[in-house]
Design a protein around this ligand. Structure first.
Ligand code: BDR
Ligand code: CA
Length: 314
């Protein structure tokens, strides 16, 4: 069983990733959920994370608030994708679960330092600001983490905020640069993977057919989210980004990738936030990440639908 911390900026797809993890207690021990500014401001992401935890029935999982802005840049949000609340599409009740008192970065540091060497995995679903802050506060966590699995970046697919940059890297490229250089085993799920895993009408219908309150809520959230993507990409459904990270922790065989060098562009006038991925090994820069490029999309949705059908867990 893996022990994980989920760092997130919910976001409908973040919400599904959290639910997938909380529905899988045999494989994943969720030590806590840390929130960051990204899709919407921190004042909303920390509330949204608690709403999702309550929806799952897992009120035992603590939620913490972290950075309310990127390391050096002003915050860029994505209400145009996720709606004003970040969880538009479904009116979840205001949470009664209290917000943890620590800063997210302190929770990460204390948890990683306090648990056995190599036992904690960070599952990162938003801009990497909290992770960079934790690494700065206690650099020894780099050598103690088991792994970081991050939904981030884009290679051949191109960016979704600028032609070069994917949102999670674009929002805080300086933090991303620190994370890829930290020497922690890193798995990245770029848009090249997530754009192969669309919320098609048939997949959403399978979810709706579960008929449970959790499945209906997720159906509503994803129906909202796909409107933007369908309009933009002309596809049947939109990419379901963030749950790829949790699916990888549950069933790594769903994904194919390569261990390569990834560097982050922080200076480019047109390319800030670009993930420069040396797929063909044309540089001698050291390999620092496994970048996924293939996914068994049907297997991915089978997993999500089966697990969400188990919720709520008491
Ligand atoms: C990423 O950006 C956010 O909008 C999503 O939640 C996902 O983490 C995709 O680029
Ligand atoms: Ca996200």
């Amino acid at each position: 069983r893996r022990s994980i911390i989920i760092d997130t900026d919910p976001g409908q797809d973040d919400g599904v990733a959290i639910l997938l993890a909380l529905a899988s207690p045999e494989e994943l021990e969720v030590l806590g959920i840390t929130t960051v500014a990204g899709n919407v401001p921190l004042s909303l992401t920390q509330v949204n994370a608690r709403k999702i935890v309550e929806l799952s029935g897992r009120r035992d999982v603590p939620v913490f608030a972290g950075a309310d802005r990127p390391l050096v840049r002003p915050l860029v949000t994505a209400e145009y994708v996720h709606g004003r609340t970040g969880l538009d599409g479904c009116d979840l009740p205001e949470p009664t679960l209290a917000l943890g008192e620590k800063h997210a970065a302190d929770f990460i540091v204390e948890t990683v330092m306090g648990r056995p060497q190599g036992s904690v995995t960070l599952c990162v679903l938003g801009p990497a600001t909290n992770i960079a802050l934790a690494l700065a506060r206690e650099p020894r966590i780099a050598g103690r983490l088991r792994e970081i699995v991050w939904m981030a970046g884009a290679m051949s697919e191109g960016g979704n905020v600028t032609p070069a940059a994917e949102f999670n890297v674009y929002v805080d490229p300086e933090a991303a640069a620190k994370v890829v250089a930290a020497g922690v085993p890193l798995v990245m799920m770029p848009l090249d993977v997530t754009h192969l895993a669309l919320t098609t009408a048939a997949r959403l219908e399978r979810l709706r057919a579960l008929g449970t309150p959790v499945a209906m809520a997720v159906h509503a959230l994803l129906s909202f989210a796909k409107r933007f993507d369908e309009g933009k990409y002309g596809t049947d459904g939109g990419p379901l980004h963030d749950p790829t990270t949790v699916a990888y922790l549950l069933q790594p065989e769903l994904f194919q990738g390569r261990h390569v060098n990834v560097a982050i562009e922080t200076a480019g006038a047109l390319t800030a936030g670009m993930t420069v991925i040396d797929w063909w090994g044309v540089t001698d820069r050291p390999r620092n990440a496994t970048v996924m490029r293939g996914i068994d999309a049907d297997g991915y949705y089978d997993l999500i639908i089966e697990r969400l059908g188990r919720l709520p867990l008491a």
